[in-house]
Design a protein around this ligand. Structure first.
Ligand SMILES: Nc1nc2c(ncn2[C@@H]2O[C@H](COP(=O)(O)OP(=O)(O)OP(=O)(O)O)[C@@H](O)[C@H]2O)c(=O)[nH]1
Ligand SMILES: [Mg+2]
Length: 354
């Protein structure tokens, strides 16, 4: 090869590599995670502080409470409704949370602009998260981004917040593609009947791990990557989703982790076999094998007869030495909370007034 053709071929190779790199960068989805209200912001802050953030995602904390915001960790913090609440929170009134969010909506939209996947995290039952999350989801609808809500339902001791949470959930469901609902009461049981404060910590960790896990199997090279198109297929316009998590070590650890994740759904659902799709995320220490990951996918597929679409991804998490963790989200399900809550609430009112 002459000097010239050699140089030319090297240049071609460089140009090609650059092109691949550029296309890969633009094909990789932009992800934003926004926590709205106290609980939502705590989730975001947990991921930022304890996990060093999420590769390829922007973490945003939005709250009406200035004191709470001031101690949070996030890539971006937004004080919602300075005029409406003067930085003092929405005091449990979701109308106030809604108004405060509308006041700051332009800022929120600016920070999320360009995202292809947006997670909206909130604890339902208070003012800011319940009133503001659906307003944010609504304002993003025209952007074409995949909108995934991740919310918690109030604890039994917070019964007075049920009605508000239910209305907030219905509104958010109508704006999001999929909304993953975690019932704090189920979570507390799964976590071994912890005191309230610790149970909240577990909820933050669980939601944080889930969002980080799924996102990084899309944005970074993983053991098994999840394709954005696959995620979209099982999440787009699918309504309510439930999730479960299982962790195990030792013999048959993957079987046990999958079984726990399937058995311990964190939301009462009518019939898991009717789920539209299943998203599985497997993580484990350096010793996790591809065989185990495949086994997890096969087990879930077997346990859900019919046509449920199954998508799975896996990552190595060095902090899980010797352990495997399986997270499963069932999309397109029917929630008992939404259909029976009204009668439970009226029973409660009846008891109180009788
Ligand atoms: N996962 C999780 N849930 C929480 C946490 N704190 C509170 N919750 C739950 O979320 C619900 C709403 O609480 P907050 O998020 O504090 O309320 P808010 O949206 O800030 O609303 P206002 O304080 O009224 O402005 C509560 O009723 C609890 O069930 C938390 O740190 N993590
Ligand atoms: Mg608050």
């Amino acid at each position: 090869m002459s000097y010239d053709t050699d140089t030319q071929s090297k240049m071609d190779e460089m140009l090609e590599s650059e092109k691949i790199e550029n296309i890969m960068r633009s094909a990789r989805p932009q992800v934003a995670v926004i926590g709205v209200g106290g609980a939502g912001c705590n989730i975001v802050s947990w991921v930022k502080e304890k996990k060093g953030g999420i590769a390829g995602a922007k973490l945003i904390a939005a709250n009406t409470d200035a004191v709470h915001l001031s101690i949070l960790k996030a890539d971006r913090r937004i004080l919602l409704g300075e005029k409406t609440t003067r930085g003092m929170g929405a005091g449990g009134y979701r109308e106030r949370g809604e108004q405060a969010t509308r006041e700051s909506l332009e800022q929120v939209k600016k920070d999320i602009a360009g995202s292809n996947i947006v997670y909206i995290a909130a604890g339902l039952g208070g003012g800011t998260g319940t009133g503001g999350s659906w307003v944010i989801a609504n304002s993003l609808k025209q952007t074409g981004a995949l909108l995934i809500g991740v919310v918690t339902l109030p604890f039994a001791v917070e019964r007075f917040r049920y009605n508000s949470a239910k209305e907030g959930l219905e509104k958010l469901r109508d704006q999001c593609d999929t909304i993953i609902v975690i019932d704090n009461n189920r979570l507390a049981k799964v976590a071994g009947d912890l005191p309230l404060k610790e149970a909240l910590g577990v909820a933050n960790e669980l939601v944080g791990e889930f969002v980080k896990g799924i996102t990084e199997t899309i944005t970074t090279a993983s053991l098994i990557n999840i394709d954005f198109a696959d995620l979209r297929a099982i999440m787009q316009k699918r309504g309510i989703a439930a999730m479960g998590v299982g962790e195990s070590e030792g013999d048959e650890r993957i079987e046990r982790a999958v079984q726990t994740a399937l058995d311990a759904q964190l939301l009462d659902i009518k019939d898991s076999t009717k789920a539209y799709g299943v998203l599985i995320h497997v993580s484990g220490g350096e010793d996790i094998t591809l065989d185990e990951v495949t086994q997890a996918g096969e087990m879930v597929t077997r346990s859900l007869p019919g046509k449920a679409r199954v998508v799975w991804g896996a990552r190595v998490d060095p902090t899980l030495q010797g352990k495997v963790r399986v997270m499963v989200a069932l999309t397109g399900i029917e929630s008992t909370f939404l259909s029976t809550q009204q009668s439970a609430v009226s029973r409660l009112i009846h008891v109180r007034t009788s």
